[in-house]
Design a protein around this ligand. Structure first.
Ligand code: FES
Length: 376
């Protein structure tokens, strides 16, 4: 009687057959990894099962697959955990998403993942002549980039990226986290050029829709979406890059609406995204055209009682506006932006008093760049 059963998605393009599922019984203790299970099935039952792996210790990133529908490292998931999280006790294993399948569980990382990584110029571009010896960088200035440096390029975030599903040209979470690794590096001399490029690209930093999937998928806590938001903050607030995609102005429109009424006012969002807070923004040709375009949807929503004509036109407002203002004032009064980095953790007694972030309740060290302008 096998201890566990695996349902593996099989596919060999050269046979011309459609993908199919195959089940294998596994005799292993529950603390052994899903990768061990796949390798046992390959050794004992079918030597043609395709799986890529190397370190078997969650370091090399090559064994990325989907386990029970969620992306992760096969070597980093115990069989008993995987069985407990499956619907019927059988562990389902399939190749990662958003990438073409070469064979069984092996995806073509070159066609998608590595191509996108190359897109962001993943190396330092320092200004001027190199120093005689090594670059000396203050430790604290590297805290910002440590999180993105932890990436092992497994592709789990790419696999689950909803934006990439809709727009396969989206540069994507892994490559943009990599971009932040160089944008945030004090030795790099092309910060503005990199950000300008990533902002103006219609598939760049403003193509992310905040779905959080990449944060949940990452087995190393890199939080790619947070790195994308950092790129946006530096591009918009520090370098004032007003991109042709309207991404920065769209973000500003969200902030100004929430600051004004505490809630989003969708009818106002569009014109503000195009032309700022002015009342005349509605008559900006592009904004007016899109407003007219969205009229059928708004009319349908009003007819079905989802919104009232008054709330569609005037929006909602919260009553406790004083507390809301206080939040904005607290953020806007700060001399510099404080980036909380939850990745670097050290016991409180190792944090010097003058470095300990105020109000830090989790033992997480924060970081901020002195040269950055104040903003949230
Ligand atoms: Fe290296 Fe799994 S085999 S991360």
């Amino acid at each position: 009687m096998p201890d566990y059963s695996l349902r593996i998605r099989r596919y060999s393009p050269e046979t011309g057959e459609a993908p199919y599922w195959q089940e294998f019984g596994i005799e292993l203790d529950g603390h052994r990894s899903v990768l061990d299970g796949i390798l046992q099935a390959r050794d004992r039952e079918d030597g043609s099962i395709g799986i890529r792996c190397s370190c078997r210790a969650a370091i090399c990133g090559s064994c990325g697959v989907r386990i029970n529908g969620r992306p992760g490292l096969a070597c980093h998931m115990h069989l008993n955990q995987a069985a407990a999280s499956s619907r019927d006790g059988t562990i389902t294993i399939e190749p990662m998403g958003n990438m073409p399948v070469l064979k069984d569980l092996i995806t073509d990382m070159d066609a998608v993942h590595w191509k996108k990584i190359r897109r962001v110029t993943p190396w330092l571009l320092p200004d001027g002549d190199p120093p005689e010896r090594e670059y000396i960088v203050p430790k604290e200035s590297m805290v910002d980039v440590t999180q993105s440096m932890a990436c092992i390029q497994c592709g789990a975030c790419v696999s689950d990226c909803l934006s990439m599903e809709v727009d396969p040209e989206f540069i994507g979470p892994a490559a943009l986290a990599k971009a932040y690794r160089f944008v945030g590096d004090p030795r790099d001399g092309q910060q503005f050029e990199r950000l300008k490029d990533l902002s103006e690209d219609p598939h760049g930093i403003y193509d992310c829709t905040h779905c959080f999937n990449c944060i949940e998928a990452c087995p190393k806590g890199v939080a790619p979406m947070s790195q994308i938001m950092r790129l946006r903050r530096i591009a918009g607030a520090d370098h004032h890059i007003d991109d042709a995609n309207n991404g920065h102005r769209h973000e500003q429109a969200f902030v100004s609406l929430v600051k004004q009424g505490g809630l989003l006012h969708e009818a106002e969002l569009l014109p503000r995204s195009y032309a700022g807070d002015s009342w005349f923004a509605k008559f900006k040709p592009k904004a007016a055209a899109e407003l007219v375009d969205s009229l059928p949807v708004i009319t349908k929503a009003v007819m079905r009682g989802k919104v009232s004509p008054a709330s569609a036109l005037m929006g909602h407002k919260i009553t406790d506006h004083k507390n809301l203002r206080r939040i904005f004032d607290t953020i806007e009064d700060k001399d510099e932006r404080f980036e909380l980095n939850l990745y670097i953790v050290q016991p409180d007694d190792e944090v010097p008093d003058d470095k300990a972030p105020a109000g830090d309740a989790h033992g997480a060290a924060g970081s901020s760049s002195p040269e950055r302008s104040p903003n949230a």
